[in-house]
Design a protein around this ligand. Sequence first.
Ligand SMILES: Cc1cc2nc3c(=O)[nH]c(=O)nc-3n(C[C@H](O)[C@H](O)[C@H](O)COP(=O)(O)OP(=O)(O)OC[C@H]3O[C@@H](n4cnc5c(N)ncnc54)[C@H](O)[C@@H]3O)c2cc1C
Length: 257
Amino acid sequence: MEHQISQAIVQGWFKKLTDHLVSDVVIVGGGPSGLICATELARLGHKTTLIERKLAPGGGMWGGAMLFNCIVVQEAAIPILDEYGITYKAANDGLYLADAVESTSALIYHAARAGVAIFNGMSVEDLIVADDMVTGVVINWTPVTLNKMHVDPLTISAKAVLDGTGHPCEIVNILTHKNKVELHLPSTTVLFERSLNAEAGERACVEHTGEVYPGLYVSGMAACGVTGSNRMGPIFGGMLISGKKAARIIDEALRKQ
Ligand SMILES: Cc1cc2nc3c(=O)[nH]c(=O)nc-3n(C[C@H](O)[C@H](O)[C@H](O)COP(=O)(O)OP(=O)(O)OC[C@H]3O[C@@H](n4cnc5c(N)ncnc54)[C@H](O)[C@@H]3O)c2cc1C
């Protein structure tokens, strides 16, 4: 009995990993923008893998603001809440209030149900770069990276990689620091985010979602981070719309290949 439980887990998990060692898309970071992007791409039939450093995907959405676990969403993103079955109430002036736990768990549930292979407790520590193009990610267990253990990683190949790592835009930083490449943006280097301005930040997060280097895309706070745009405080509509936009752009790029 006991060995059969272990056998089922080990066989199931290794099949999932083996099936996704060559993916169409790897999403790095399971925050709201990464989860939406992953769900949409999986629904469109792309083999999609999501790597999340922490045990629970969801990123910065669980805690609302200062641990008051409610989130605010603007009118423009309400169709996404409806689509994902998330309940909300009108607050004021075109703003709506949703429960942070319900919203975050709904995004994770839909990603899993859409067929996204989610690997939690795993970190992306580097990229595969060949012929001036990002062609995959280098992965390791989070406890291994946190403890700085001297253990070599594994890789996942992909036609597209999304940096959905939020404020630190970790993956773009790895690309520029290790390879001395220039980003395909007016700035060519990571500018890091600016101080809080909700309206400007929400606009920028969606506007700057897209490809920053062949094969590498940004969404959510990472899109603000690389372009030196404002942070926006606990309003989440931009993150959701950014995830959708990233999926649309990646889908178009994959269809052309
Ligand atoms: C200090 C702080 C300040 C914040 N300020 C703002 C703000 O100004 N405006 C705002 O809207 N929200 C803010 N938030 C809330 C929140 O981060 C974002 O709004 C929102 O959650 C960002 O969504 P995202 O999809 O970009 O990524 P996030 O929700 O940030 O999720 C990123 C995910 O990527 C994972 N990750 C990171 N690096 C790796 C890696 N190498 N490998 C695998 N996984 C990785 C993280 O564990 C995390 O789950 C803040 C959060 C924090 C912690």
